[in-house]
Design a protein around this ligand. Structure first.
Ligand code: PLP
Ligand code: MN
Length: 382
């Protein structure tokens, strides 16, 4: 017996009250609702115009409250990155889920087959033994599971690339009565943060060559259906959609955004297509030296992939910079003799949204000065 983890939203008292956004106990994660909804609508509209399904990656937010808004806007389902996320989102009522990561046979596989009772589940495979084990488990329980074959796009995280390996796996999936081969996963993660547009376009064209070759191999095993080609990232989706090969987009970060994506020029305009909706609120808790202020937002509150620091977006002073400097403390560096008094509130753009969200229990939904709602980050830790 494991004791239940009870977490309370300590800021609940401020919901609806004037100035609630300023009163929050910090550190706290915030999402600006209007920007979030605009980003969700913007990406949906772009995909709809292209005739491509949008299946947003929910690992970016891990939050049912956000996944449900994406589905209401027209998404065909969600992607998740871990078996734990499959379970949390299926239990939360999401009915169409793609697990974009491969997995090992054994307990995890059994749990996934169990979860396929509660949603339409699509799994990604790159291994014939896992495929055979999955086919067995699905048959034993009488549960149909959709399968995408994972294509290695050159970065060797997972997937297959050789025609003989792709066809061997396709054959095993095809022969398993309860597995339904629907297409390919072709996620080119190495392109997402590539800074130069020409390089990103060239990378997307290389990706297209891989995808076309793989489609030729697996198409005979799909029996006349149009194969799903699932992939795409917030950073490279304009170049990836230009190929006309993807049928389903997996972008995730566009809804929240972060400092590391903010500097990836999408189209030569040097302006992000998706403004940041996610912020971390921190407060000054010591201020005894001009030019320096210490906050309650330290290393336990931020994750960066490329070493980026959180960016002060509100409450700072001109030229002020921010750095998490200890486990629970951050340092604001100010101009020479400037002072930020204790209690000052800062709102920071986080370096990398996905792993940062996983450090908090709740996301505080704000509009202007008002705290509208508090959403649990349901799949935190899962
Ligand atoms: N698909 C897969 C398999 C991923 O791993 C990721 C992110 O790392 C995404 C889609 C979404 O990418 P982004 O958050 O860059 O839009
Ligand atoms: Mn990411």
């Amino acid at each position: 017996q494991i004791s239940p983890r009870t977490i309370t939203a300590r800021n609940a008292a401020f919901i609806g009250s004037e100035g609630g956004r300023q009163k929050l106990l910090t550190p706290a994660l915030l999402v600006e609702l209007d920007t979030l909804d605009a980003n969700i609508a913007n990406m949906q509209e772009r995909c709809s115009k292209l005739g491509v399904d949008l299946r947003p990656h929910a690992k970016a937010h891990k939050t049912l409250g956000i996944a449900k808004r994406q589905l209401a806007a027209g998404a065909v389902g969600i992607c998740v990155a871990t078996p734990g996320e499959v379970e949390v989102f299926a239990d939360g009522g999401i009915t169409d889920i793609l697990l974009t990561s491969t997995f090992a046979p054994g307990t995890t596989l059994d749990r996934l087959v169990e979860a396929a009772n509660r949603c339409r589940l699509t799994l990604v495979l790159d291994n014939v033994d896992t495929a055979a084990a999955l086919g067995q488990a699905a048959e034993t329980r009488g549960i149909t599971i959709r399968v995408l074959i994972d294509l290695d796009m050159g970065r060797h995280r997972s997937g297959l690339s050789e025609a003989k390996d792709l066809s061997a796996l396709a054959r095993i999936v095809d022969q398993a009565d309860w597995l339904c081969l629907v297409g390919l996963q072709a996620y080119a993660g190495h392109l997402s943060h590539r800074p130069d547009i020409a390089g990103r376009m060239a990378g997307a064209e290389e990706a297209a060559v891989r995808i076309r070759k793989a489609l030729d191999v697996i198409e005979p095993f799909i029996h006349g259906e149009k194969p799903v080609v699932s992939g795409g990232s917030t950073g490279a989706f304009l170049q990836e959609t230009a190929l006309g090969l993807y049928t389903e987009f997996q972008c995730g970060s566009y809804a929240l955004m972060d400092a590391e994506y903010d500097v990836v020029d999408p189209d030569g305009s040097a302006k992000p297509l998706f403004p940041t909706s996610l912020f971390a609120a921190v407060r000054v808790i010591s201020s005894n030296h001009p030019g320096i202020a210490t906050t309650d937002g330290g290393e336990k509150r931020f994750v960066a992939k490329h070493g980026t620091a959180p960016v002060i977006r509100r409450g700072g002073r001109p030229g002020a910079t921010y750095k998490p400097t200890s486990d629970e403390h951050g340092t604001v560096t100010l101009a020479d003799d400037e002072i930020m008094p204790v209690g000052s509130l800062l709102e920071l753009q986080v370096p990398h949204c996905d792993p940062t969200v996983n450090l908090y229990d709740f996301i505080h939904v704000v509009r202007d000065d008002i705290l509208l709602d508090i959403w649990p980050i349901d799949a935190r830790g899962a």
